[in-house]
Design a protein. Structure first.
Ligand code: NAD
Length: 245
C-alpha cells in the first residue's frame, strides 16, 4: 500500500505527534475526552493544579498507580512505537530531519528506541521539586514522605506531569520543527487538548502535507486520513514512506 501519494517529493523534514491511542494496544488506557474521565477519575481532580491543591493524596495515588502499571512486565512498546523508532533511524541516517512529539507520559517511545523525542506533557517516571523546578528520575511511589533530592525536604515533590492550565514543555523546539517540516503525522490523538491540537494546522500553514492515523476520523482538517489501529497502520505507513524516500 502506498500512502502519501499527495506528496510531490520525498519528505526532508518530518514531525510526528502521538497521543494516548498509540499506547492503547500496549495496554495503557486512553483518556476519554467525551465523558471527561481518565481511569474513572474526573480530569479536573487528577490533572489540574487546583485538583492537586485540593486533594494531593488522590493525585499522588493516581500517578503512583499509573507509574506502577507502566513498570509492570505486561506493558511493552507495540509495533507502532517500534516502527517510528526504525523510521527515525533510517530517515536520519539518510540525511532527513525528524522530531517525535508525544503527549504521552509513558516511556514506550524511548523503550522502542526513539531518540529525537519531546515529552510535551511531562513524564510519569520523573518528579519535580516545587521549590526549584528541578526534575528527577523517579520510579517509586511519590507522596508527602518523599525526600526531594535537591532541597532534602519532604513534601516538596510533585509528579512531572503538565496539568491543564500549565505550559507544555519544549514548545520552542516543537514550534521550530513544525514550521520547518514538510510532512506532519498525527497518531492516536483526539485533537481535544491544545496546543497540540493546533500543531497540524501550524504545519499546514507552513506548507507541510498533514496526515492523521487514528481509529476514527477526528475531522481536524488533515490532508490525508488513515483509519485503523496504530499497531497495524503505523508500520504500514512508515515502511511505505521509507521505501518511497
Ligand atoms: P485521547 O484519549 O483524548 O484520544 C485518544 C485517541 O486515540 C482517540 O482519537 C482514539 O480514537 C484514538 N485511538 C484509540 N485507540 C487507538 C488505536 N489502537 N490506534 C489508533 N488510534 C487509537 O488522548 P490524547 O489526544 O493523547 O489526549 C489525552 C491526554 O491524556 C494527553 O495529554 C496525555 O498526556 C494524557 N494521557 C496519556 C496516556 C499515556 O501516556 N499513554 C494515557 C492516557 C492519557
Amino acid at each position: 500500500m502506498h500512502y502519501s501519494n499527495a506528496l510531490s517529493r520525498a519528505p526532508r523534514s518530518v514531525v510526528v505527534l502521538t497521543g494516548a491511542g498509540i499506547s492503547a494496544e500496549s495496554g495503557i488506557r486512553t483518556f476519554r475526552a467525551s465523558d471527561g474521565l481518565w481511569e474513572e477519575h474526573r480530569i479536573e481532580d487528577v490533572a489540574s493544579p487546583e485538583g492537586f491543591a485540593r486533594n494531593p493524596t488522590l493525585v499522588y495515588d493516581f500517578y503512583n498507580q499509573r507509574r506502577r502499571q507502566l513498570q509492570s512486565p505486561a506493558i511493552k512498546p507495540n509495533a507502532a512505537h517500534s516502527a517510528l523508532a526504525r523510521f527515525e533511524h533510517n530517515f536520519v541516517q539518510a540525511g532527513g530531519e525528524f522530531l517525535l512529539v508525544t503527549q504521552n507520559v509513558d516511556n514506550l517511545h524511548e523503550r522502542a528506541g526513539s531518540e529525537s523525542l519531546c515529552h510535551m506533557h511531562g513524564e510519569l517516571l520523573k518528579s519535580r521539586c516545587l521549590n526549584s523546578g528541578l526534575i528527577f528520575e523517579w520510579r517509586e511511589d511519590l507522596g508527602f514522605d518523599s525526600v526531594c533530592r535537591c532541597c532534602q525536604q519532604r513534601g516538596n515533590l510533585r509528579p512531572h506531569i503538565v496539568w491543564f492550565g500549565e505550559m507544555p514543555c519544549h514548545m520552542n523546539v516543537i514550534e521550530a520543527a513544525l514550521t520547518r517540516c514538510d510532512l506532519f503525522i498525527s497518531i492516536g490523538t483526539s485533537g481535544n487538548v491544545y496546543p497540540a491540537a493546533g500543531f497540524g494546522q501550524l504545519a499546514r500553514y507552513a506548507g507541510a502535507h498533514t496526515v492523521e492515523i487514528n481509529l476514527e476520523d477526528t475531522r481536524s482538517g488533515f490532508d490525508e486520513v488513515v483509519l485503523g489501529p496504530a499497531a497495524t497502520r503505523v508500520p504500514e505507513f512508515f515502511n511505505s514512506l521509507l521505501q518511497n524516500s
